[in-house]
Unconditional design. Structure first.
Length: 169
């Protein structure tokens, strides 16, 4: 008995699509063998597009030691903020990456220094590992409040008496 395997390639199928097929074989004696009707689904096309920032980034809640950075992406992604008071480097601070992918990203930065300008970038990583980032953003933390009371630099002196008051310099 001669056994032959025939492989047929079918080009130009759509990704993530269900197809139905039936195999029919005929031998040299015109005997026909027909398979049951079967189905298959083509694989999804690989995601090669990076998340796109469609809103923000915006900085809010700025205090002497904290700030909140928020932005939106066009697809669910993990996110983080990389920030530093100088240029962004490998040693720069990084917020947590987040545990769940989302299209709304909010990262609270803590432990900041008062009256300092921070350079930051937002980083979004989708489920396929595609990464995007927005660079060149800045914010400045608030200065520490002035809690020093004023002090006299000279002794007050009465310089004139008036009928309804006096003048002190």
């Amino acid at each position: 008995m001669v056994s032959r395997v025939m492989i047929i390639e079918i080009p130009d199928l759509e990704s993530d699509t269900d197809y139905t097929y039936e195999a029919v074989a005929t031998d040299l004696s015109d005997n026909v063998l027909t398979s049951p009707v079967l189905t298959f689904t083509t694989l999804s096309a690989p995601d090669v597009a990076s998340p796109i920032v469609i809103g923000g980034p915006a900085v809010s809640g700025i205090s002497q030691t904290q700030a909140t950075v928020s932005w939106k992406t066009d697809e669910p992604a993990f996110s983080r903020v990389v920030y530093d008071s100088l240029d962004i480097t490998l040693a720069s601070f990084r917020s947590s990456l987040g545990e769940e992918p989302s299209t709304v990203h909010i990262r609270r930065l803590t432990g900041l220094t008062a009256a300092t300008t921070y350079n930051f970038q937002v980083v979004s990583i989708d489920l396929a590992g595609n990464t995007s980032q927005i660079d060149g953003e800045y914010f400045e933390t608030l200065a520490e409040p002035d809690t020093t009371p004023p002090r006299l630099t000279a002794t007050p002196t009465i310089t004139s008496f008036l009928s309804d008051g006096l003048t002190v310099t």
